[in-house]
Every structure is written in C-alpha cells, then in structure tokens.
Design a protein around this ligand. Structure first.
Ligand code: ZN
Ligand code: ZN
Length: 239
C-alpha cells in the first residue's frame, strides 16, 4: 500500500453504495496512529493492508477520527475486535455524543439511520464509545516522532478536525475539502454552512503541498491557493 511520504501511509477506501472513507496511517515504527476507520465491513482489508505495509498490529496505538460519520467510524468495532488496546481520540464536540450514545452525528439523518440499520443489521448503541482523548483545536499531537497540529474545522459536522504536518505541508482535512474543488456536504446533523466557509478559509491560510482527504483522490503538489479558491467557488452556497 502506498507510502505517501515517510511516516504517512494511505489505505484507499472501498466504496459500496455508501462510501468507505480512506484510512491514513501516520507515525513511525513502534508508534503508529490510524486516522479514521471506514465503513462497516471494511475493517478486514484495512488490517490486511497494514500487514502488507509491514506494520505490526502491536505498533498501532490509537484511532484518531477526523469526525464521526458512519463512513469513517463504521468499522471501528471490527478493528477493535482484533486490537482491543486501541485508544479513540475524537474532537470534544463529537466525543460527548459518542459517550452518551447519541448517534445523530454518526448517522447524519434519520432516514439514513433506518436504511443503514436494516442493511447492516446495526442496533442502537452500536456506536457508543468511550473516548480516550478529547481533542481541541490549537493543540499539537506528538505521534510517533511527528508533530501534527489539530485544527477544529466545524461545518461538515460539529466536531470535524484537520491534522496538519507543517514540516512537509501535509493536510488531512477529513470531509471538509477534497480534490477537484469539491467540499463535504453540509446538510447532515450538526452541519452548518457558514461554519464550513469559515473553516475552509482558515485551512486556506495554511501552506498545503499534500492533500489527503477522506474520499476521492489524494493530491501531491497542491497548487498554491487551492483551498482559498475552493472556498471562493462555494461562497454563494455557504452563507
Ligand atoms: Zn463526513
Ligand atoms: Zn466521509
């Protein structure tokens, strides 16, 4: 599986009728973090991908969620069945609902919830988790010898974060901004168009060379001003 750059690995999502989020693995031997997990049923091949990359399970310490939508957190239970020591790190805004068993953010909307529960045999409470570390914007995480900055970027959901590795200008923005001038949807539970615009503008201030979004293609050699341009294009819809 591709190593994007030293200490950053990419496991592409395998979309079905619902998308499956990409997984990024960051860190170094002995201390790796998984960023996002993916959709239900998509844990197995991700674990196999890790093995193929030569990363042993024991070296993986935690899962950091960019946000807690079903396509990102759906297979966390599967992964944890094989790695029960994995810590879960989530922004505080989505940590509280997860701990209370409030699954509105996970499913996004009621109609979708009913559909997914039927399709996947999910039950209420399947996404109730203890959160080991509640993240905040503005902090820096020391992860396997790399310093990743946390940005709280609400809009797509209330507790979205981006992770930024300044030395190599790598941005992991979850579903807030993708390649090809697209952005995350802003009609689900906890979403807010104006906040999304604000978040895009803040991300637009960062120098980004490598964009590693939650879906679709990754971009190396991002053109200068790309996120600002994306924000400007969406301006009329994000008021
Ligand atoms: Zn999402
Ligand atoms: Zn997603």
């Amino acid at each position: 599986m591709p190593e994007v750059t030293k200490g950053v690995f990419f496991i592409p999502g395998q979309d079905e009728f619902i998308p499956d989020s990409h997984v990024y693995v960051i860190g170094n031997p002995g201390d790796y973090s998984i960023v996002d997990a993916g959709l239900m049923g998509k844990g197995g091949y991700k674990l196999q991908s890790l093995e193929k990359m030569g990363i042993r399970k024991e070296e993986i310490k935690r899962v950091i969620m960019t946000h807690t939508h079903l396509d990102h957190i759906g297979c966390l239970n599967e992964i944890r069945r094989q790695m029960d020591w994995l810590e879960l790190w989530v922004h505080e805004k989505e940590a509280a609902p997860l701990e209370e068993g409030d699954e509105r953010t996970v499913y996004g909307m009621d109609m979708f919830k009913g559909m997914c529960q039927m399709q996947y045999g999910l039950k209420p409470g399947d996404f109730k988790f203890k959160v080991d570390r509640k993240l905040q914007g503005g902090e820096t995480l020391e992860l396997g010898g790399m310093s990743w900055e946390v940005f709280h970027i609400p809009g797509h959901s209330a507790g979205c974060i981006a992770l930024y590795y300044r030395p190599e200008k790598i941005l992991i923005p979850g579903d807030t901004v993708y390649a090809d001038f697209s952005i995350g949807r802003f009609d689900l539970h906890g979403a807010e168009a104006k906040a999304l615009m604000d978040s895009l503008q803040r991300l637009g201030e960062l120098d980004v060379d490598v964009l590693l979004p939650g879906h679709n293609r990754i971009v190396k050699g991002v053109s200068p001003g790309y996120i600002k341009k994306t924000a400007a294009q969406w301006g009329p819809y994000l008021k």
